[in-house]
Write a protein that binds this ligand. Structure first.
Ligand SMILES: Nc1ncnc2c1ncn2[C@@H]1O[C@H](COP(=O)(O)OP(=O)(O)O)[C@@H](O)[C@H]1O
Ligand SMILES: [Mg+2]
Length: 195
């Protein structure tokens, strides 16, 4: 059987793929991704929605956060917890003051956390995804640690993890490790994948 490339090699390959999209292509894709998500029942039926703040060519989330604000949803952004290498999600109103964390990613300055298990929908960034819903992140395992409870407790159905990505980040099969937490949905400029 053909051996899968290592996660490290895949990360550098897909970081490069993402960089080859022009700013205009990235903006157009983000608009289409926002539209797909906005019209999906997942978004319509969720009230507590968490999203990442886009960094280094990740799919821009400002559009979907504006739509969430207009439709009176409660929005949360991740805040890194350095002691546990996990994320906590703090309430966010678009336009409010943010401060950069150690990776230069903006986070809410005022902390107003929700229990992660009370979130309904979490928009997740990634470098690559496969057709089984597996996700390759930047290699720190923050999302895996934070949402490990989804794997440990079979009864636990929330939150639903939704990856946002460009089609060029799609791969047939990713290497998967015991701690990896898969996505339930993935939205690209082309369509919504349900796993
Ligand atoms: N639930 C967990 N408990 C402890 N360590 C974890 C957990 N999830 C991930 N990790 C650690 O995080 C590191 C990065 O995980 P990996 O899946 O390679 O990154 P990413 O998900 O960002 O692509 C791994 O070395 C792994 O040991
Ligand atoms: Mg992982």
């Amino acid at each position: 059987m053909k051996e899968l490339p290592s996660k490290k090699l895949l990360r550098s390959r897909f970081r490069h793929h993402r960089q080859t999209l022009s700013p205009t292509q990235q903006r157009q894709c983000a608009i289409q991704i926002t539209q797909h998500l906005y019209f999906h029942k997942l978004f319509k039926e969720s009230q507590n929605i968490a999203s990442y703040y886009a960094h280094q060519n990740e799919v821009e989330t400002k559009g979907i956060l504006e739509q969430a604000q207009q439709t009176k949803k409660i929005i949360y952004l991740p805040v890194l917890q350095n002691t546990t290498n996990t994320l906590l999600f703090s309430k966010y109103t678009p336009g409010e003051k943010l401060i950069s964390n150690c990776y230069g990613i903006p986070e809410p300055e005022n902390k107003n956390f929700i229990f992660s298990s009370k979130l309904e929908l979490v928009l997740v960034p990634l470098l690559a995804f496969d057709m089984q819903g597996n996700r390759l992140g930047s290699g720190q395992g923050y999302y895996d640690r934070t949402f490990a409870f989804l794997k440990n407790d079979a009864e636990c159905k929330k939150p639903v993890l939704v990856g946002l990505a460009y089609e060029c980040q799609k791969v047939d099969c990713l290497p998967v490790e015991a701690w990896d937490i898969p996505l339930s949905y993935l939205v690209t400029e082309k369509k919504i994948y349900e796993f």
